[in-house]
Design a protein around this ligand. Structure first.
Ligand code: FAD
Length: 558
């Protein structure tokens, strides 16, 4: 029989506790949670505030009583572990109810203390009484109570990450005017810029005022004035700080090795190290508090998401019970809803691959989420990245209607199974008109990649258009004149694909001249390129994602 201590009773900690008990009826399991609630639905909190989830109790996935009974656990809430001595195998617990400190011993310890919101020392924040962060149920209750009592008309959300964007949506759904302030040029960092532009448009169309490239400088008048670092200022009634999180690792900062941003360092068996880098066989850490290996680029990173925390919670229990399993790294698959859009990502984006010096090919596609003739088909904008030599898929992003995350999930599966980009063409996926097309958008990505790999054409990208235009590139737009009249690339000439065979004389006659072809999404351009190839043109480029991706990339938030 082992005495196992778990620190932190939500995603990682609760998963570990349940799995440990399923694997052994013998072990003594004590779970310490510093707050009142265990196993609550962090991910549901914004939706409670937006009124989508109406019943507060629905946020409590498990209660202390319920979980203690079902899994025969000794759960101690309001109990904060303040120090761990891995050599003596003891820890100090501060009981918030009695305000006393006591010691416990253990054979094995699992730390899952999570991460807490960053709160920069903005001038004027201390005097403000209208600012909040969102991590747990008390935070949620405080925001809810403030909204009930103060009836705010305007909210400022600082930070355009997942929680910031979800809060912006939910506060807007509650009828507030919302300004979202983000220091970077885009929201949602896992997306590349041109994909994030689709989200910017959706946020703006839904009434969220976006202030990109603008950080908060300070607050004035007890938080009712927000002053940005570009000198602009506006009035607000409440402030949500969603700037990011930092790991809650203070309890082990002197006893365990920490990474550059304060995360616990662990090996692939989730075991902690001493500050001298000796493995502590009986000490484990999981969840938002640890550094993980990026599954794609194998570098150390931190990915605070629920899937890794739950997965690690399960396998740490398996490891403790003698399984030879290891944690193979985190892909960072994620999804969120922004009004009518679904946004999903997996693996590395273009920005990360550039930073890491990893070669890649990017391609975009736009496809209906189901058959166009079946009512309410919505577009899905997809971007995929693969290695030009190994053809291994490196990452994907999707922004669109229902079913967007299904496509990214398929690609996430392919990445985990080390599939090549070409193999996406041969995936036999479910099809009926309400759900997809006989060629699923994922298959289409494979087909486009095959064309590139077989050198049928090369890609050019929205971000290259300005430079190409300056160099007097020949842009050929093969859409209809009506589509062309709604907007086109600079100085493009318009020859509709169906008229191309008859109007070849209007093209440069030198067959080596590069011709940059575009249509709305890339499909008609591909056909046009095939026609041009058969007439001897050799230097042909297709605009990745077509005019749709180009137009999105040009969106200017007001
Ligand atoms: P947590 O679940 O945060 O649990 C840590 C617990 O440890 C806390 O309850 C804390 O009080 C306790 N603790 C800390 N220190 C001590 C101590 N010294 N002693 C005792 N107890 C301690 N992820 C997604 O994948 N999808 C989503 O849609 C999503 N939405 C989110 C929305 C919100 C508002 C938030 C806050 C998070 C969201 N996340 C989402 C992230 C996800 O909830 C976390 O990645 C996950 O909960 C991490 O699990 P964890 O066990 O590491 O930490």
């Amino acid at each position: 029989m082992k005495k196992i201590i778990i620190v932190g009773g939500v995603a990682g900690g609760a998963s570990a506790a349940a799995r440990l008990r399923r694997l052994s009826e013998e072990d003594q399991i004590i779970l310490f949670e510093k707050d009142e609630y265990i196993s609550f639905a962090n991910c549901g909190l914004p939706y409670y505030l937006g009124g989508v989830i109406q019943d507060h109790d629905r946020l409590l996935v498990q209660t202390v009583e319920g979980m203690s009974k079902r899994f025969a656990l000794d759960i101690r809430n309001f109990s904060e572990v303040i120090k761990v001595d891995p050599q003596a195998k003891t820890l100090q617990v501060y009981d918030h109810r009695n305000q006393t400190t006591y010691e416990e011993d253990f054979d094995v310890i699992i730390l899952s203390p999570g991460a807490k919101p960053l709160v920069p020392p903005f001038a004027g924040l201390q005097e403000a009484t209208n600012w909040f962060t969102l991590r747990n149920i008390p935070d949620t209750d405080a925001i809810y109570a403030f909204m009930q009592t103060h009836q705010p008309k305007h909210a400022t959300v600082v930070g355009g990450g997942f929680i910031g964007v979800e809060m912006a949506e939910n506060l807007r759904e509650k009828g507030l005017e919302v300004t979202l302030v983000e220091k970077m040029p885009q929201v949602l960092a896992p997306l590349d810029f041109e994909m994030a532009q689709l989200v910017h448009e959706e946020l703006q169309l839904s009434g969220v005022k976006l202030r990109l490239n603008a950080g908060v400088d300070h607050f004035e008048q007890a938080g009712s004035q927000v002053v940005l670092d570009d000198g602009s200022r506006f009035e607000t009634d409440m402030i949500i700080l969603a700037i990011g999180v930092r790991p809650t690792t203070d309890l082990g900062k002197d006893t365990f090795a920490l990474g550059p941003r304060g995360h616990f360092l662990v090996n692939n068996r989730l075991q902690l190290f001493t500050p001298n880098n000796e493995v502590l066989e009986h000490c484990y850490a999981i969840g938002d508090a640890i550094e993980v290996v990026d599954f794609v680029n194998q570098a150390k990173t931190a990915i605070p998401l629920a899937w890794p925390a739950n997965r690690q919670g399960r396998i740490v229990a398996d490891i403790i019970n003698g399984d030879a399993i290891t944690y193979e790294g985190t892909l960072g698959s994620s999804v969120l809803k922004v009004f009518d859009l679904t946004i999903a990502t997996t693996g590395n984006n273009e920005r990360t691959l550039k930073q890491k010096g990893i070669p890649y090919v990017a391609l975009h596609a736009h496809r209906g989420n189901h058959a166009g003739y079946y009512p309410n088909a919505k577009n899905i904008a997809l971007k995929i990245l693969y290695h030009p030599d190994t053809k291994r898929i490196l990452g994907a992003q999707g922004v669109g209607g229902e079913g967007t995350e299904k496509r990214i999930d398929v690609i996430a599966t392919a990445i985990k199974l080390h599939a090549s980009i070409e193999s996406l063409s041969s995936l036999e996926l479910c099809y009926a008109p309400p759900f997809s097309s006989a060629k699923d958008p994922v298959n289409i990505l494979g087909y486009i990649a095959e064309n590139l790999i077989q050198n049928r054409y090369r890609m050019f990208y929205a971000h290259e258009v300005d430079t190409l235009a300056q160099n007097k590139a020949f842009f050929l737009d093969v859409r209809t004149p009506i589509e062309f009249s709604t907007g086109h690339l600079p100085n493009a000439i318009n020859i509709e694909v169906d008229a191309l065979r008859e109007r070849l004389a209007e093209l440069p006659q030198e067959r080596n001249t590069p011709i940059y072809v575009n249509c709305q999404v890339g499909q008609r351009a591909y056909l046009a390129i095939q026609i041009l190839r058969s007439h001897g043109y050799q230097n042909l480029y297709n605009l990745s994602g077509g005019y749709t991706t180009y137009r999105a990339s040009q969106f200017v938030s007001a």
